[in-house]
Design a protein around this ligand. Structure first.
Ligand code: F6P
Length: 554
């Protein structure tokens, strides 16, 4: 495996960054009338403008050379060919196969997996239709109008984000709830809102061993049985989405009520699989299929467009440039669409669990920065919270601004106002305001010279804050699918450049193991526990303090 930061291509980009140090993006716009069309790409119903990054044609060429030396095209081919590119878990990575509606077949170890995908989709469709038509009812004969999806991480965030994003497509009279946290309050609060006779519980877990999900599923089952249902009624109210048929059966869900997916579907890439059942139930299977088709359109673009015109590739390279050569350690995801309010959380997992790695695929420590911290909130809320730091803080933060030109809900002039903020922010981040401009502005506004001198540094903006704009006509199942696939491929491309395995997540294991050790040391309410041993003084001290409080409570 090559040491990417030891290559001449990396060196060239370092020099580019130095050379561009005194050059503002504002001046790049002034000297190049074609900048907007040069650094924008349209594909699969999305339009990406990345011209507000400090990128020149030369830099773009050098970034593509870096992609070449990292063999990005070869890596893409290997992924799509079903090679076990998740090397630590020896698994293929084939979420594009879940949404490929062409006649193409995918193979893993010589097995045609596309047939299984089509069969499972057909099973999901039939199930959704039976729920919607009322052919499948609850144990007292009432229609199942509420769904509680019990899952966490990829088995929660994707379906939750997409269901929220597609609110206008909700089937009338249906409700979807998502319980993820092992904090019992999450389940209790949800159970208080649903009726056991009309609720379908979906236990969504790739492994079917995740502590949070199994605890929540057991609680839901107990609640269901304590509300007049019998063991035999579970079959009508509980289904499982999993790769682990054995554990599903052990939990008490019959094989015909299990919807399968496979180990080549990563948890954070699974909303296209059976894990999307809650989406299909809430917006209808046809809309779920449109979501998949939108993602497929982006897959086709990613698969075939030349790298310079390839949206996920150029978005990824702009990110690498900002992260590794300009020093942006954080990246904000800023959807100007309230229905995308869970997109930042979804992308946090997608990106940080994928590329938050410190060793390369062959185990060598990386000598450069990898995945940035991802955070975000919908615009305009974020503007009144953390944008201050992006505009004037000491750290460089890059950002993606995402907006539909037409809102799902056009009311009065709300959307014009929202869009004007969307545009103003990227313009302000790029342009900034020089001290001279700040002074002139205050002078025009009639400030005294002493006030101008005092306030000018505070009212100066450095500019050159990198911002991508992602536009779509409207947020629909298709454009949402394309948007998510865009990010999936962007994350893949960056992982390839950094040489990390974007498809494992060993970093979540240590905490899980330690929690298992600590669990028996936590006192039940009103019970004593021996003094905690075998921990550092902080952890032991906290355990003992918690136990003192809990032993006193009833
Ligand atoms: O703990 C991390 C993780 O493994 C994620 O990658 C995954 O999405 C989540 O837990 C849930 O896992 P499962 O679907 O197996 O319950």
């Amino acid at each position: 495996m090559i040491d990417i930061n030891q290559t001449p291509e990396w060196e060239t980009l370092k020099k580019d960054a130095e050379m561009l140090e005194g050059v503002s993006v504002r001046s790049l716009f002034e000297t190049d009338p074609d900048r907007f069309s040069r650094f924008s790409i349209e594909a699969a119903g999305l339009f990406l403008d990345y011209s507000k990054n400090k990128i020149t044609e030369e830099v773009a060429g050098h970034l593509l050379a870096l992609a070449g030396v990292a063999d990005l095209e070869g890596a893409r081919a290997r992924m799509l060919a079903g090679e076990a590119i998740n090397v630590t878990e020896k698994r293929a990575v084939l979420h594009p196969a879940l949404r490929d509606f062409s006649s193409r077949d995918y193979f893993v170890d010589g097995e045609n997996i596309s047939r299984k995908v089509r069969a499972e989709l057909a099973k999901m469709k039939a199930f959704a239709q039976d729920i919607h038509s009322g052919a499948r009812k609850g144990h007292t004969g009432k229609p199942l109008t509420s769904v509680v999806n019990i899952g966490i991480g990829g088995s929660d965030l994707g379906p939750l984000m997409a269901t929220e994003a597609l609110r206008p497509y909700w089937i009338e009279g249906r409700r979807a709830f998502f319980v993820s946290n092992v904090d019992g309050q999450h389940m209790a609060d949800t159970l208080a809102l649903v009726d056991p006779e009309t609720t379908l519980f979906i236990v969504a877990s790739k492994t079917f061993t995740t502590q949070e999900t199994m605890t929540n599923a057991e609680t839901a089952k107990r609640w269901f049985l304590s509300h007049g249902a019998r063991e035999a009624d579970i079959a009508k109210h509980f289904i499982a989405l999993s790769t682990n048929a054995h554990a599903v059966k052990a939990f008490g869900i019959a094989p015909e009520n299990m919807f399968e997916f496979w180990d080549w579907v990563g948890g954070r890439y699974s909303l296209w699989s059976a894990i999307g059942m809650s989406i299909a139930l809430q917006v209808g299977f046809d809309n779920f299929e449109k979501l998949l088709r939108g993602a497929h359109a982006m897959d086709e673009h990613f698969r075939s467009a030349p790298l310079r015109e390839n949206m996920p590739v150029m978005l990824a390279l702009a990110g690498v440039w900002n992260r590794n050569f300009l020093g942006a350690a954080s990246h904000a995801v800023l959807p100007y669409d309230q229905h995308l309010h869970r997109l930042p959380a979804y992308l946090q997992q997608a990106d940080m669990e994928s590329n938050g790695k410190r060793v390369t695929c062959d185990g060598a420590p990386v000598g450069y920065a990898t995945g940035p911290v991802i955070f975000g909130e919908p615009g305009t809320n974020g503007q009144h919270a953390f944008y201050q730091l992006i505009h004037q803080g000491t750290d460089l933060v890059s950002a993606d601004f995402i907006a539909p030109a037409i809102s799902q809900e056009e009311i009065g002039d709300h959307h014009e106002k929202l869009l004007s903020n969307f545009l103003a922010q990227t313009e302000a981040l790029m342009r900034g305001k020089t001290e001279r401009e700040a002074r002139e502005e205050m002078k025009r506004d009639g400030y005294a010279q002493s006030e101008i001198d005092r306030l000018a540094p505070h009212r100066t903006f450095p500019g050159d804050r990198p911002a991508n704009s992602i536009l779509m006509e409207k947020l629909t199942p298709e454009t949402l699918g394309a948007l998510i696939a865009l990010y999936e491929h962007k994350i893949f491309c960056q992982g390839v450049i950094w040489g990390v395995n974007s498809f494992d997540q060993w970093g979540v294991e240590l905490g899980k193991t330690l929690a298992k050790t600590i669990l028996p040391e936590i006192a039940k309410a009103g019970e004593e526990r021996p003094v905690a041993k075998g921990h550092d003084a902080s952890t032991a001290g906290l355990i003992n303090r918690i136990n003192q409080i809990r032993s006193r409570s009833t």
